[in-house]
Design a protein around this ligand. Sequence first.
Ligand SMILES: *[C@@H]1O[C@H](CO)[C@@H](O)[C@H](O)[C@H]1NC(C)=O
Ligand SMILES: *[C@@H]1O[C@H](CO)[C@@H](O)[C@H](O)[C@H]1NC(C)=O
Ligand SMILES: *[C@@H]1O[C@H](CO)[C@@H](O)[C@H](O)[C@H]1NC(C)=O
Ligand SMILES: *[C@@H]1O[C@H](CO)[C@@H](O)[C@H](O)[C@H]1NC(C)=O
Length: 317
Amino acid sequence: LLLFLSFFFLFISTLSSSLYYNCPRVHSSFGLFPIVILNHSDVSSDPKRDLEVSFLISPNHSLALCHSHLVVVHSHVKNVLERRRLRRTFESVSLSFRLLFVLGMESVESVEDLREERRMFDDLLVIDVIEDYHNITYKAQSWIRYLDEECRDVRWIVKMDDDVEVDPPLLSSLLRSHRHYSRVLMGRVYLNNRVMRNRHSKWYLSPSEFSSSSLGEYLQGMSYVMSGDLLPSLRENIDRVQYLWMDDWYVTHALLNGTSASLVDISLHIGSANSREEVEGLRRRGHSLIFMHLRPKEDFPLSERNRIWNEMKKSCD
Ligand SMILES: *[C@@H]1O[C@H](CO)[C@@H](O)[C@H](O)[C@H]1NC(C)=O
Ligand SMILES: *[C@@H]1O[C@H](CO)[C@@H](O)[C@H](O)[C@H]1NC(C)=O
Ligand SMILES: *[C@@H]1O[C@H](CO)[C@@H](O)[C@H](O)[C@H]1NC(C)=O
Ligand SMILES: *[C@@H]1O[C@H](CO)[C@@H](O)[C@H](O)[C@H]1NC(C)=O
């Protein structure tokens, strides 16, 4: 009877706390996410850009790096504080994540600074490409090549940008509940985004860069998870499929051509906000967030982002 009662109370308190704080328990719904099975035969082989990018700095101890859960972060040379923040975030929980920051370069001096950072943390992959919004696909190609050579056994690859907030325990429970899945990617699924033909748009694509009028299915690039078994296929496709500077479409559509991978839509647990009102909206929505992006940087400095994120976590504990 005592045992029964204690279970009963556990049940009630779980129920009431989730009702009280309006935070559904994430793992129970993981099996219910919408899934898109890919059938890409629409990816063309042109235009190609066969640039052999070299690594200026790569981890010295890939064995320590190639853990079962690897977090690949597209970072910018300047964002030393963002890297420090992410190292702390993943360190503070005793979970099995390792970090790999992928950076381009700005100048010779910037590479020297990075050598110092490398000596301390050994978690940088710096490539011989000038930092530029239109060069990010080279970063993606580089880590795919690097991991395919050094870390073939990696179980999960989490890809995120360095200014994204992340909740490692929730991320961990997402991966645990999907441990039997193979050839899968999880993130915010876009279906049929239109191609931007307006020259003044940040996302403008000329017909020679991209000929089709639809982008098809792909994942939002700021945060997604990919099973490591897809690495060899992605690596092979680099030599086959067309190049596009939009790295999210490039990795989660073009490089998946012919792989029969599935996209799992975890949008509920990914938040983006462009203003205080939208932050409030996210809070009211009440879903526990695994990833969150606040922009622009000027409105949400690092300390402010920390404050907002901690507050959101608190209301879900
Ligand atoms: C994939 O799409 C192509 C063209 O749209 C179609 O011909 C083919 O039957 C599809 N394959 C599968 C397995 O659905
Ligand atoms: C890299 O590792 C080797 C062997 O462990 C060591 O001799 C070398 O000093 C290391 N280099 C750096 C830059 O850490
Ligand atoms: C990257 O971007 C810069 C600036 O737009 C450009 O000059 C450069 O050629 C690009 N490519 C590489 C490989 O650095
Ligand atoms: C994309 O995949 C289809 C089906 O597997 C294949 O026929 C086609 O050649 C691939 N496209 C490229 C550019 O590799």
